[in-house]
Structure formats: C-alpha cells, structure tokens
Design a protein around this ligand. Sequence first.
Ligand code: ATP
Ligand code: MG
Length: 694
Amino acid sequence: MTGVLSPRSLNRLLDGLDPEQRAAASAPRGPVCVLAGAGTGKTRTITHRIAHLVRSGHVSAGQVLAVTFTTRAAGEMRTRLRGLGVEAAQALTFHAAARRQLRYFWPRVVGDRPWELLENKLRFVGQAANRARLGTEVEVLRDLASEIEWAKASLISPDDYPAVTARAQRDIPAPAAQVAEVYRTYEELKNAAQVLDFDDLLLHTTAVLEEHGVVAEEFRDRYRCFVVDEYQDVTPLQQRLLDAWLGGRDDLTVVGDANQTIYSFGGASPRPLLEFTRRYPDATVVRLERDYRSTPEVVSLANRVIGAARGRPAGSRLKLIGQRPSGPEPRFAEFDDEAVEAEAVARRVRELLDGGVAASEIAILYRVNAQSEAYESALAEAGIPYLVRGGERFFNRTEVRQAMSALRTASGDVSSDLVTTVRSVLARVGLTESPPAGGAAKERWDALLAIVELAEELAATVSDADLPRFCAELDQRAAAQHPPTVEGVTLASLHAAKGLEWDAVFLVGLAEGTMPILHAGDDEAAIEEERRLFYVGVTRAREHLWLSWALARTPGGRRNRRRSRFLYGLIPEDHPAARVARSQQKPSAPIKTRCRVCGGPLLETLEVKLGRCGRCPSTVDEDLLERLKSWRADRARELKVPAFVVFTDATLMAIAEQRPADEAALVSISGIGATKLERFGAEILKVVRASASA
Ligand code: ATP
Ligand code: MG
C-alpha cells in the first residue's frame, strides 16, 4: 500500500488540506517550519507531509522518524499515518525513540553489561539528600527530583548547577551547593546500581551518536527524515538528541505554537521554534490562521485569553479565525463549593450524553491531579464511566493510601470529633496547617486535605459518624471509583491534554491559587506560563466549553476564594456570575490586587498602584492632587532630584484618590515603602489633612 503514487493521486492525498497546509505538506525535502495556533491543523499537516514525502518516492516510510510529546499523541499520529497508507513510519515520543535506539546500540558500544530503566528516582534522591543533610520528606525529595530533571533536561552538570541557577536567579528548593551535591550523589548511586533514568536515555543515545562514528553512520543511513510536533516545548537535551540524529542534515519539519509553551518549568523553550529560520535560512515557513477545531464562540474566547498575555514573542501574535459553524456560547458558572461544582459538572455531562455526545468526546480538565477526586466521586455517583489520564486515580495515590491505612489503625481513638481526629491522624502523614510551597508538595497536601473534606462532609450529614464509619465510607468510595473502564469521560490535567481535542471540555476549579497555581506567586513568567496552560485548555474544545470555579473548598466552608484572574474580561457583563462575583468580594482580600470600586482583579501595574481598574471611575481629589504636586515640586528642588524620584505621578494620583488618613493607609499604597514613609510620610499626611479642612 506504500507504493509511489501518480501525480494525480498524490494531489488527491492532499485534498483535505487548505492552501497553506498544502504548501507545508508538499514542500520539497529540506527544512520546513509551521508556526501556527491551536487547532489550525499542524498535526494534520505533518502527517500529510510524511505521507506525501513517502508516496512521492522521496523517502521510504521506514526512514521517517516523527517525534511528539505524549504517548497518546504518538499513538494518534500512528493511527493517522496508517489512514494515509504509511504505517511503517515511526511516530514516538522522544523518550520512546531514545529507549529503542539505546537498546539497539548498547551491546555494540558498551558490551553485554545490562541496564535497567529507573522508573522512580525518589529512593536514590532520598539517599543523596540524607548524605547532604537535607530533609527526606517525600515532598522535599520530589522537589529535588524535579530539580535534577530540570538540570539534566537543560544540560547542566552538578558542577555548573550553582553558577547557572545564580545567574538565572532561579527559585531553587534548597541552597544551590546542597542541591548540586544531591544531584552529584544521585548520579553516582544510580550509575553504581547500573540503572538509567529517563533523561539518561536521551543523554546516552546522544553520546553514542556523537562519539561513535560507525554507529552514527549506520543510524543516519537508516533514518533520513525527521518531524517534530509541539516543537515549542523542546528542551536543550531533546534538541541535542535531534541534532545528533540529523548529523548536519536538514531534512527536518517542525511544527509548534509558542502560545502553547507549557513546560518551561521543566527546561523547555520555544526559542528553537522561533529561531528556526535563523538556523535554516532556506526553510519553508508556513503560518496557519484558520482554526478547524473549534466553533467561532470558542475561538473568540481563546483569542481573548491569549490576547491578554504579556511579552508574547513576535511571530506568535496571530489571531485564530474560526472555520466551523457557530455553536453554543461558552458557559461560565460559579459555585459555593467544590463538591457542588463537581455535581453540576456531572449533571451537565449527563445532559450531553443524553443529547448524543459520546463519553469519549467529553473531557474534564484541571490544573493539578489532586483535583480529580471530586470529579471521580461525582461521576461515580452519577453512574458515568470515566478514565483518569496522565495521573493516578485519587485512591491509588501513595499519600492517599498511606492516609487510609493510618486512619484504619487509628480507629480505636474516639476522644474527639471525627474531623479533628482525621486531621490529627493525617498530620502524621504530612498534613500541615497551611499549604506548603512547591508543586509536588502542594499536590500531596491537596490530596490529604481532600480526605479531611470528605470527613467534614460525612460529619455534616451523619451526626454520630465515627472513624470506623468514615473508613468504611472511604473504602466504598475507593471501590466505586475503581471499576475498569474502556470508554468513558476523560479526566486529565491540563498538561496531559496538550495536542488533544474533545467535543465538550469542562475547565474546572478556575480559582486563584489553583489557576494560576499558588506557587506561581507574583513571578510574571510563571503567571504567563499558567495563562498559556489555560489557553491550551480552552483550545481543546470543539463545541461545548464550560468554565467553572468554587468560592469555598468544602460545603459550608468560608467562601473566600476568588475566581481566576484569567477570567477577567471573559465573562459577559450581564452574566449572573459577573454580578455575583462582584458583590461577594471580601474586603479582607489583599488590597493590592483588587479594585476598590468594583472588586475585580487588578492586572496592570498602574491599576495596582491606583488601587482601581482602568474601567472604574476615578475618584481623585483634584484639590489634593494640586497640593501634592506643588509639595513634590518644592521637595524635588530642595533635594536637587527629578520630581519622580520623590514620588511618581501614579503614586500621587493614588494618594489623591485614596486620601490616606494615617500611616497604615499610606503604606498600603503601592510605591510607598518604609523608606518613603519615614522620609515623607508625616508631610504627606499633613498635606492630606490640610486639603480636607480647606
Ligand atoms: P494543537 O495546536 O492543539 O496541537 P493542531 O494545529 O495540531 O492543534 P490538528 O489537531 O492537526 O491541529 O487539527 C485540529 C482539528 O482540525 C482536527 O480535528 C483536524 O482533523 C481538523 N482539521 C485540520 N485541518 C483541516 C482542514 N484543512 N479541513 C478540515 N479539518 C481540518
Ligand atoms: Mg497538534
């Protein structure tokens, strides 16, 4: 079936492509770069390009190697290639490709010393952390393990680690010298045990190709054409491997979307994508704008989400143009707590199923895997089959299993009420009062807290519920959530959803602290990565898109959460959620990030400074502003400095709007820190008082 086609049949092969996609698919051998937004047919274009190259006789299918980022995406690519009659072309993840190649090269390069793949590095990291006198709690180890992964993916050795992280001002889990020591010891222990971790697969394969000419020659004779999907998330290590594969040749097709870069934290960078033409000046470059995946309603929302991004690199500011017929408007929904949110989602899923949407065409996407429990439980209760992707099922998680066994053995203890007892038992397996920093630690903490919430729920519904009763309840839930399913609603993290699509997508838990994730803090780069992750979520939907959040974690809990800042400007003004969210803003929320007029989130620096958003009316006291300006002019003259050094216009404006009555009110204005307060505080307050009594 893989024979060479006549020009006419070859043309027909490209029938399902638009002119730009066709240009990329039929470009002659050599470098090709497709830079385009979500749903524009990048993956479709590369599969057609492979088929076209093969069936026009340029390469044989077996000489093609296509790489992508997830096993599922690779599987899907193989299916599409089979559909185009080129089943012999390989479509793999970087890791799977490297693993295969290493298995093949190893005996020739290293000999018959066997190697095993290390699935979980925590044991060695634990021993290394112990030697470096660092904590060995699971969360510490997980953070150290991710840091080692980042360093390896970024091609940074233990020796270079301290200098590189200092230069990059990287937020690191422990002092750099200690992390470097853990990293070094980890490598030694691992090598002594003759095991390789996932990054070693890439490192060793690269080294073999770089250092063994004969092997490299054989490899390059075998593989002649390379294709990389999702190239915006390539790490320096993957790029190095790719270069080793190419060995100076340029038969490379890459496709990607800088707006979907979501693995920067793991060392990935969109630079190789954006700088592709610098490296290959003769490359065919194609940009696609037509979105074939989603309805215009979804596309419009997606454009607004990414339009609000800051610092987008040139070349990534394309707007998507929806090609599909119009569909339903995206739904926004606010709930009192997470359980109610999950129940509402399950109800809506049921409606869609009844309306003829297949379960496999529905996905519920969340930021962290620990969020899955509420949805697993709500779907199980509603009798809806589901599959958890890219993460463990809640009751399979290590900390959840530990917690359950701790609860079981503590069953005799009945001295206090259920929730207090559960809390104190879980404290022994790592539940702290407030959430820890660090992604892995926070996820573990969330999972433990979810158990406390189940206890709260039980206590609220069954007045004399005790610990044994609670354990029975947990067992029951675990059993209900475990039946194997083949076809079901997909539950997945946003990271795992990359490249995929569904008719209906539910983006849930869109509250500050979850989306963006708490540990992004106020680091702008981290916030922007969260925004891109949200964008990836929105663009997974073909037709039905649901966006929801809850104000409290638990039923009856404090409704002190705010909806995600990314929803700002997306919710239609006449939508009840827009009004509800506004009237429920708590005055106790930090003043710096909320508009004092409407309560909405503040996004721009100037907005933060003024304490109100650009759209709300100014309440500036003109007389006071004049007095402040003349005071500032005097002071600046006296100190022989430009006026803005004393205070910027924005700060004066903020003072004139907020009329602070005392020092506390004054320091809450952004731009007035301890030094300025000490130097000018008393004077400013005097000017404010003088204006008030004038
Ligand atoms: P992502 O950035 O999310 O990975 P993508 O650019 O790779 O998206 P694809 O998955 O290739 O997009 O395509 C999105 C959807 O649009 C798919 O269902 C695909 O079959 C369809 N599609 C792409 N191009 C066309 C076209 N020319 N005509 C009809 N449908 C198309
Ligand atoms: Mg794709």
